[in-house]
Design a protein around this ligand. Sequence first.
Ligand SMILES: Cc1cc2nc3c(=O)[nH]c(=O)nc-3n(C[C@H](O)[C@H](O)[C@H](O)COP(=O)(O)OP(=O)(O)OC[C@H]3O[C@@H](n4cnc5c(N)ncnc54)[C@H](O)[C@@H]3O)c2cc1C
Length: 448
Amino acid sequence: MSLSGASVLVAGAGLAGLVAARDLAAMGASVTVVEARDRVGGRVWTLRDGFIDGQHAEAGGDMIDEEQHAIRSLADELGLSQVRILSNGFGYARPDQGGEVKLVPRSAARGWERVGHELAGLAQRYRWSERRWDSPVAADMGRRSVARWLDDIGADSELRATCLGLRGFFLADPEELSLLQLVDQFSQDEAPAPGKMFRIEGGNDRLTAVLAALLGERVHLNTELLAVSQRGGTVRASLRNGRSRTQLQADYLVLALPAPLLRRVPITPALPAQQHEAVASLPYGRGTKTLLQFTSRFWRKTGRPRAFGSPLPIGAGWEGNEEQRGKAGIFALLAGGSASDATNTIIEHEGIQGIVRGLGWLGAKQTDLVAWRQARWESDPWSRGGYALFDPAYKPSLRGWLAQPCGRLFFAGEHTSLRWQGYMNGAVESGHRAAAEVRATHIMGSGQ
Ligand SMILES: Cc1cc2nc3c(=O)[nH]c(=O)nc-3n(C[C@H](O)[C@H](O)[C@H](O)COP(=O)(O)OP(=O)(O)OC[C@H]3O[C@@H](n4cnc5c(N)ncnc54)[C@H](O)[C@@H]3O)c2cc1C
């Protein structure tokens, strides 16, 4: 086997790290995985405790799009079924002039289409530049915020509201998001609002649980990577498990940590200056997911979408467990950017009932709430944000450095993916990529 005799340490047991570790083990490497939390999965986190009727919902990565082949093939390989969800697609909820919230189907709202139409010229120039982030075209779009662009084109209130609603997708307000990231989304072949969507039957965490089970004792929980050095053809890692500190030596290291954690790990010798800056300056979006279990699925009405984007402070919402049986149901809210702050302020002042009141227009009644759980990702010590975002201060030309190997160090994670950044699919693809890079480096180095 191509990696037999080689040892590889993988730091981070999210989807990216686990996929890399599984590939590397299959290539014959002796693999060790270290994970700082007391569980695997990272930002894939299915919550079961507290909900009645054996129901569950996703506190992190939730929907899988039809064209996300890497994660869908992984599920197939692991024998996990994918169930179709939210087949009515997303609608759009926004207050009318009198302040009453109306939910309109996406086809009627046409908000996405309008954004796409307004961006058409920029998207064309971006495609001409072959979507390269090291081109002046990207540099120019990258330094402008979406808010500035809206001002520059004299956008009306409807277009502004649609762009504000995008904070449920990018986890960033128009002021925080670079025009480049918006153009990048709108110049994909597929529209950003997905077509067919799926979840893993029984919970998305079954993906990471099965991967971890296959890796068995190679996975070490509650073990934090503290520092790394590369010297004389090996990598040394210092690790902390509770009060004990250990050193581990390996031939290669895959760093599958979110950038806010990666930049806290001292690396000797230092990464090239641009690579260091690429990691150090990458912001992550604020995102709070609130899962509300009610005695009935009052939001279901014939022809009405079970998912919506919105500029509301409670964020975007959708049925969080459509595929599960039972009269009760879980409604999920994802509040991104300043909506995350607003959601947390509502909870501080009014308790969870303030959020339920914010869903009154959909038919939510306070008495029908049976359980709720919440994850505020910007306060999570091991991710420090929902997912990466490119703001107007980030230099687009640095992006390629996020995935660039450095000697015996390899980088994986959602934030390193070019096509699927911010998605579970991006994490899976990056894990496969990092493992393939280790293999190629090893083969070239050993003269095979
Ligand atoms: C609220 C929310 C909603 C989302 N919705 C969707 C969605 O609908 N669809 C979709 O496809 N994606 C979604 N995503 C994104 C998706 O969840 C992520 O892209 C993906 O799970 C990231 O995987 P990863 O392996 O790159 O990182 P992570 O899952 O964060 O894994 C990194 C691991 O490294 C560990 N770690 C950190 N520091 C250290 C250290 N020093 N030593 C050891 N271990 C360490 C962490 O504990 C973590 O387990 C969502 C994310 C969030 C937060």
